[in-house]
Design a protein. Structure first.
Length: 712
């Protein structure tokens, strides 16, 4: 009797228990949350949100380029996503003559829409729980046996699902292998740019405002999906027509009210809610600070270059945004986690978990050790993990020399195969055109400076850890001078000359004399031999422990709302349109208006630069019918649990109408990748009425607005 009472009390007051807003749900099982969502104001049914046999909201949600989310908003394949999601496409169409970054771009009609080779847009056809099939009869097997068996079953299921269709199927582990879902997708490959606002709207606030509330960014761009005559995916072809979607989102012109229900549908990338206290501590004390340092160095160089000329500004715009984005997010995460004392919260939860496990011999046996084992594993492998993170920052985010070397290495390794297949000439052409694209956005002096600073920092951070043998404390500057004077990887003219005289002699020179290539080969070998093997063991052992730990949560705390960590699959999150009070004595209102754009512009910070038209329209209060109570809303916040990948996701109202596009979180919220706090975590949305205003009043692209279905 006493025990039952105790259990009930714990279930009700457990610190695991989360408020309604936490979590990212799998759409195919949204039925389980339907009543909770309806209690918060939603008027849709689970079937309106996700259905396999009939069209549903799901069919309007698009995975954009594999990293962002987008949504269909017209019967002619019109697609909205964030400006920063379409940024590399916008940038690649830009030049000094056609500076779309600076002035924006709007196709006058469909024939002027711009193709984007390589860009994809995928729709989810269905999501199937295949856990029972995948895990069938794997109990009691050794890890290796089980892994092999699971892989065989997965391959077969995928093969069957794809048979006779143009779909692709993938099976992903959820909850660290406690569950498996198959996701079947239809992928479109002809996706054209329809329009974009200028950077002074789409990126208004730049890095100053990135991850920050109050916010005034018109972070949207417009694309269109094209399909063949049968409305099916096809490579780019002039004769393709606009894709006719199964569902597109109506756009809400209705008055917004604080407290109203909001729901976000999209493709969140990664969350790590289950990290043990020791793991979180390592990340907060060592891993994140070092990565932040590395990026501070490269950003100091890139920012200075970009300020020095318009040409460099255009060349480095996209790269700078990518590097700065992670850098600033991490700073916010550390701040948030420290403020709420995340480590102490973790320790309390771990104690609660262990205490619960101690209440039954069976639980003690299964779950009693999982937390201490996770913490011990972190201690054992954190140096390896650190070496991995540093190598990513140095070799993949740092100087671009290394990316060129990887490309060349791939080419050389396949050289004889190309000859045997008779494809050598075509491959050489590919290398040359690829290099042209690369060097268009590259500056030798900038890369050299990045190389110098990051090499030094990398060596320093690694301390006694494994580094490439060519590097030591003092080699950075000398190496930089030699490499950037002679290497074929760092200069377009030298590279083209090299491609002109391919053969054993030049290959041997590259491998034995080109210090740039040699350093990369050295670093790559160090990475592959001294870092990766340990990290593999670490990750797979940790996944195994997490699987048990999470199973324990399910079993011992059945009344808590559990949700699987984000893994780039389609999810739903719901909450309210609301502000927050993340700091003592400070209240964030839930929306911003165009007036704030002008106030920020008055500050003189170049991140708030405007083109004259914005001031003209704002001064004239020319809001069309996009205003609410005389105000033109720009952005609003909500308590929806989102992460990277949710960019561009539709924010829907209680009836499934589009309220706006999710594009960011407040700085205080970025900790939600590790721990969601419903009092402080807020996602940031650009109001769709501002988006329409920019199209219609600002850009004279009313024809795009007219394509959409507005509900009043
Ligand atoms: N922070 C947002 C996201 O994670 C927006 C990034 C783009 N904006 C920028 N100023 N870099 O992707
Ligand atoms: N801007 C992010 C993205 O590109 C979304 C913001 C977040 O991480 O919540 O997905």
């Amino acid at each position: 009797m006493k025990r039952i009472f105790l259990l009930v009390v714990i279930a009700v007051t457990s610190i695991f228990s989360s408020k309604a807003e936490e979590g990212m749900l799998i759409p195919s099982i949204v039925k389980a949350f339907e009543s909770d969502m309806q209690a918060m104001g939603m008027r849709l049914s689970a079937e309106d949100i996700y259905d396999v046999n009939n069209s549903s909201i799901k069919d309007a949600i698009i995975h954009f380029g594999g990293g962002c989310t987008a949504e269909l908003v017209s019967s002619q394949g019109l697609l909205l996503t964030n400006h920063h999601c379409g940024y590399s496409q916008i940038q690649s169409h830009s030049s000094l003559e056609n500076d779309y970054l600076k002035y924006g771009f709007w196709a006058k009609d469909k024939s002027k829409e711009l193709p984007n080779p390589g860009l994809t847009a995928s729709r989810v056809v269905r999501i199937e729980d295949v856990t029972a099939t995948v895990l069938f009869d794997t109990e009691g097997m050794s890890d290796q046996e089980r892994y092999a068996k699971i892989q065989r079953v997965i391959d077969k299921l995928i093969q069957d699902a794809e048979l006779g269709t143009h779909y692709t199927a993938k099976i992903k582990a959820f909850n660290y292998g406690n569950d498996y879902y198959m996701i079947v997708k239809e992928t479109f490959k002809d996706v054209r740019l329809v329009g974009t606002p200028p950077n002074s709207i789409g990126k208004f606030g730049g890095d100053t405002d990135n991850w920050v509330w109050p916010r005034h960014t018109g972070d949207f761009s417009v694309f269109r999906i094209y399909a063949d005559k049968n409305n099916q995916p096809s490579d780019y072809n002039e004769s393709n027509g606009p894709y006719i979607p199964l569902h597109f989102l109506p756009v809400s012109m209705k008055k917004r009210t604080p407290g109203e229900f909001t729901m976000i549908y999209g493709f969140p990338g990664t969350t790590e809610q289950h990290l043990s206290s020791g793991n979180l501590k390592y990340i907060m004390d060592q891993e994140r600070p070092a990565r932040i340092k590395m990026r501070e160095k490269s950003l100091s160089v890139i920012d200075a270059s970009m300020r020095s000329s318009d040409l460099l500004r255009i060349k480095y715009a996209s790269k700078q945004a990518r590097i700065a984005n992670g850098w600033k997010k991490w700073i916010g995460q550390l701040g948030g986690l420290k403020t709420v004392d995340a480590i102490q919260i973790k320790l309390n939860r771990e104690k609660e978990y262990n205490d619960m496990a101690a209440t039954k011999p069976e639980w003690r046996e299964k779950y009693g050790m999982s937390i201490s084992e996770m913490n011990a594993l972190v201690e054992q492998y954190k140096q390896a993990d650190f070496g991995y993170s540093m190598a990513i920052e140095y070799l993949y985010v740092g100087p671009e020399l290394f990316g060129r070397a990887r490309e060349m290495n791939k080419f050389l390794s396949n050289y004889t195969t190309f000859i045997e297949n008779g494809t050598l000439d075509a491959e050489i052409e590919k290398q040359i055109s690829g290099a042209k694209v690369f060097f268009k956005d590259y500056d030798e002096a900038t890369d050299k400076r990045i190389f110098e600073l990051l090499t030094k920092e990398y060596v320093k951070q690694m301390g006694d850890g494994p580094i490439p043998s060519m590097l030591d404390n003092n080699s950075a500057i000398d190496l930089a001078d030699c490499i950037y004077k002679k290497s074929i990887l760092t200069n377009e003219v030298r590279f083209m000359k090299f491609m002109d005289k391919l053969g054993n002699k030049s290959f041997s020179h590259l491998k034995n004399k080109d210090l740039g290539f040699m350093l990369w080969a050295d670093a790559d070998a160090n990475f592959m031999n001294n870092v990766i093997p340990d990290v593999r063991v670490y990750k797979s052992s940790m996944d195994g422990l997490l699987k048990t730990y999470v199973a324990g949560k399910f079993e011992m705390f059945p009344d808590v709302k559990h949700w699987p960590d984000a893994n780039s699959t389609m999810r739903i999150t719901y909450g309210k349109l609301e502000g927050s009070a993340p700091h003592d004595g400070m209240q964030y209102t839930e929306h911003t208006t165009i007036d704030g754009i002008i106030t920020k512009n008055n500050s003189g910070n170049p991140d708030y630069e405007l083109l004259p038209r914005m001031r003209e329209l704002a001064t004239a209060k020319d809001y069309g019918d996009y205003a609410q109570d005389g105000e033109l809303w720009v952005c609003f916040t909500g308590s929806n649990h989102t992460t990277g990948g949710n960019s561009g996701s539709p924010v829907l109202d209680a009836d499934g109408n589009l309220l706006g596009l999710n594009f960011d979180r407040s700085w205080e919220s970025t900790m939600s990748d590790f721990m969601f706090d419903s009092d402080r975590c807020r996602n940031i949305t650009v109001d769709i009425r501002y988006v329409l205003w920019v199209m219609d009043r600002y850009s004279g692209a009313k024809h795009i607005v007219d394509e959409m279905k507005l509900v009043r």
